[in-house]
Design a protein around this ligand. Structure first.
Ligand SMILES: *Cc1c(COP(=O)(O)O)cnc(C)c1O
Length: 367
């Protein structure tokens, strides 16, 4: 607290990211990082950009990151996406922050699920937007018909976080079609883990000028450390985002990020392999946890959302922590008995399962 803070700073309640402890040998299943390494082609492109003496770093990067926008457009060539329909930023968190500022209205509340990415209400407070939370149904699923009436815009994550639940594309379309006067933002941070045939809302962008789809390379492309996110939407929405970006930071993406991300997007074979690895590991982990009596929500993401009917979530998380395993527990209404567990490598999942076997015992052993 300081007398020198602006009234805005006094009002803010900042987002708290999952911890990044600097301990070795940790089984880190708390921030949905991908256990597979990134594309070797991305690493080669970063090294090539750097060169032997790093001389390219003397120069500013391309402020428009055209190479990366071209790579995103090429990645979605089957949906005829053009570079003018692509915005790129320093992680999708930055893309979201700009989108809230550029495209949501202050005269009516922004609608969002009561259980979702907890950064959304933080962006609202940062940009002076009112928001109203819409409860998920009893199965922690989004109910599109509950998003009714006047609003300053709508933001949902699909698959949702931290539940992992996927809303079918037809439901997304119903939501976007029902609110032609508002921008509907769909955060697809985890969509690549949904299935082998990706039901992305990007297929709807051509028909709905009020739809913005936000993506990241942090999760499915294993590049959380590079900080690259993007949005796809009607060219007029993208122009609005560019106006904010060019009033904020001309060079949000550095040279290494532009080079690495462009190459990663081109390596679709690597993406297919790693996402299949994660989906297989998710299926194994789900079976293992169900065998220990956990209830596991069906997940379309690289994490699962679980609860145990006989064990409170907070002590479970604490016992795992004593064994150097960290998972995410949210002390929030409705979900304080759940744990969000990132799908790790097969070996990490095994370590987790044997620890939980010790902690909860097998249901049959309890008698
Ligand atoms: C991880 C995550 C993001 C942020 O991704 P970055 O690109 O790393 O900033 C955005 N939305 C959701 C729902 C996420 O889980």
């Amino acid at each position: 607290m300081s007398q020198y803070w602006s009234s805005l700073v006094h009002r803010l309640i900042p987002y708290v990211p999952g911890e990044q402890p600097k301990l070795p040998n940790l089984v880190k299943l708390n921030t949905n990082e991908n256990p597979c390494p990134p594309s070797p082609r991305a690493i080669a492109a970063i090294n090539a950009e750097l060169g032997a003496d790093g001389a390219s770093l003397r120069l500013y990067p391309d402020p428009n990151a055209d190479r990366l926008k071209d790579a995103v457009a090429a990645y979605f060539a089957q949906f005829a996406v053009t570079p003018k329909e692509v915005f790129v930023g320093n992680g999708s968190d930055e893309v979201l922050a700009h989108a809230f500022m550029a495209l949501l209205r202050q005269d009516s509340p922004v609608l969002m699920p009561d259980i979702s990415y907890s950064f959304y209400p933080v962006y609202c407070s940062l940009h002076g937007l009112q928001h109203r939370t819409i409860p998920l149904d009893a199965h922690l699923q989004i109910r599109v018909d509950d998003y009714a009436g006047d609003n300053g815009g709508i933001i949902i994550a699909n698959p949702n976080a931290p539940t992992g639940r996927l809303l079918p594309l037809a439901e997304i379309e119903r939501l976007v079609a029902a609110h032609p006067k508002s921008v509907v933002m769909v955060d697809e941070a985890y969509i690549d883990f949904a299935a082998s045939i990706v039901p992305t809302a990007i297929t709807l962008v051509r028909r709905y000028p009020n739809l913005l789809v936000i993506r990241t390379l942090s999760k499915s492309h294993s590049l959380a450390g590079l900080r690259v996110g993007y949005a796809v939407g009607d060219a007029a929405l993208i122009e609005g985002l560019e106006r904010i970006k060019n009033s904020f930071n001309s060079y949000p993406l550095d040279r290494l990020a532009i080079a690495g991300a462009s190459a990663a997007l081109a390596d679709t074979a690597h993406l297919d392999k790693t996402r299949q690895t994660v989906m297989d590991s998710r299926a194994q982990l789900t079976l293992g946890l169900e065998g220990l009596g956990f209830e596991v929500l069906p997940s379309a993401a690289n994490f699962i959302f679980v609860r145990h009917p006989a064990h409170d979530a907070a002590p479970l998380a604490a016992s795992l922590r004593q064994r150097q395993i960290i998972v995410r527990h949210f002390k929030l209404p409705r979900i304080d008995q759940h744990l969000r567990i990132t799908v790790g490598t097969e070996a990490q999942c095994e370590i987790l399962l044997s620890a939980l076997r010790e902690i909860v015992g097998s249901p049959s052993a309890k008698g």
